[in-house]
Design a protein around this ligand. Structure first.
Ligand code: ATP
Ligand code: MG
Length: 392
């Protein structure tokens, strides 16, 4: 029996005139995500995308992949059947045999977008219900709370038969909202922040600040692993690894220790913005959450934002750490994040950071060195790494 994936758009359905653009982006993302599993043909009608394998493919793996693509509310594996009612009936009994045998109650739902089909939707439901009761005499009909819903959709080319739907990843197709630059550390928060903004349709590029020899090659590898996990959802991510040692040493030698971190974060933002612009990204993304650490107090964020000329998205801003951890487990970044490699921030953490730095004090302290040439050099010397999805 020919099998396909029937994919229902998420918020896309609401987007009116833009719908086609969104659908095109979603199909492009699906095609990319499934490309190494085999060839698929994609067709769209009435907010449903049909992905039809054109050769033998691992559909279990395809289901796993599709469940990670943003812009999808729900989807299902379905049998594609010739639009002959007897064949459709036979397909319901055969294709859903496992689900129906294990159930006590069922109902049939029918949708007919091909109005030329001789039976109406209520007729299809009635006939198919009777047929299935004959084939599976142990079953009862329950229209309110059935164990199994048998779906029959009569569309242009085929009739599709499927059982329960699989929940999609939700959100908007990656790329439909533009592009943003994620500041990624090796910690728990920033990969989750990247995932959350990709879910809102942003394509990601990323910046990581490394301070060799204080930070190791393994710390950078850890960032690659984290991003390839995020790329399962966001698609490929171009990563820029920025040499940050000179800047950090300069700060350490010239500025008061209690505001090291704030100045360091201002330098990070300056460099990240240059790279973001170069990459065509319109915003920065960080994993900050109010009050989590000294550099994430309101006062510190005011000082950080003062150097930012583009919006800074902080999707975790109001979340508790345990909520962030739950998400990081869901996207499989947690176990990588907790690997104990030094990050450039931890290496230079002051013993007593100032939790209420004032902007005047920070700007004055920064005046001790000429930051502009260092920022430009760091952005210029960043190394590019192309990060692909972990699976495929
Ligand atoms: P995370 O778990 O994401 O490391 P954190 O709670 O440890 O966050 P900080 O170390 O203060 O918090 O970092 C705050 C944010 O700054 C991070 O979420 C990240 O966006 C950015 N950041 C921190 N260190 C780096 C780095 N080495 N390279 C790039 N961005 C960084
Ligand atoms: Mg950190």
């Amino acid at each position: 029996m020919k099998e396909v994936l029937l994919i229902k758009n998420g918020e896309l359905a609401l987007k009116g005139l833009n719908r086609h653009t969104f659908e095109d982006i979603l199909i492009k993302n699906l095609r990319h995500r499934l490309s190494d599993l085999g060839k698929f043909k994609f067709t769209v009608a009435q907010s449903t995308i049909v992905a039809e394998p054109e050769e033998s493919v691992d559909l279990y793996e395809a289901v796993e992949r599709v469940s990670q693509v943003f812009g999808i509310a729900a989807f299902s594996r379905a049998a594609a059947v010739e639009k002959d009612f007897q064949k459709i009936l036979a397909a319901t009994a055969e294709y859903l045999e496992d689900e129906l045998s294990g159930a006590e109650t069922f109902k049939v739902e029918a949708k007919r977008s091909d109005k030329k089909f001789p039976l109406t939707s209520p007729e299809i439901c009635r006939e198919a219900g009777g047929y299935l009761l004959g084939k599976y005499p142990h079953l009862k009909v329950d229209v309110h709370n059935p164990d199994v819903t048998v779906n029959i959709e009569i569309r242009d080319e085929y009739a599709y038969v499927h059982g329960s739907q699989i929940k999609g990843a939700g959100g908007m197709p990656v790329g439909s909202s533009g592009k943003a630059c994620l500041l990624i550390s090796g910690g728990i928060d920033s990969p989750v922040a990247g995932y959350m903004m990709a879910k809102r349709g942003l394509e990601l590029t990323a910046v990581h600040f490394a301070s060799p020899p204080y930070t190791s090659e393994r710390a950078e590898q850890k960032v690659h692993s984290l991003l390839s996990q995020v790329a399962n959802y966001s698609g490929r991510i171009g990563l820029w690894v920025v040499p940050f040692t000179d800047i950090q040493e300069k700060i350490k030698d010239n500025c008061p220790e209690d505001i090291f971190t704030v100045i360091m974060r201002r330098m990070m933002m300056r460099v990240a913005q240059i790279i973001a612009r170069r990459e065509g990204a319109g915003a920065l993304i960080t994993g900050e959450s109010v009050g989590q650490v000294a550099s994430q107090t309101l006062g510190a964020m005011i000082c950080t934002d003062e150097v930012c000329e583009m919006p800074v998205f902080r999707p975790l801003i109001g979340m508790d750490k345990d909520e962030v951890i739950a998400l990081s487990r869901k996207i499989d970044t947690f176990d990588i994040s907790v690997l104990p490699y030094e990050d450039c921030c931890t290496v230079f953490t002051p013993k007593h950071p100032r939790t209420r730095p004032t902007l005047d004090y920070v700007i004055k302290a920064e005046g001790a060195f000429d930051c502009e040439p260092m920022v430009l050099a760091a952005a210029e010397n960043a190394k590019f790494v192309n990060i692909k999805a972990k699976q495929g």
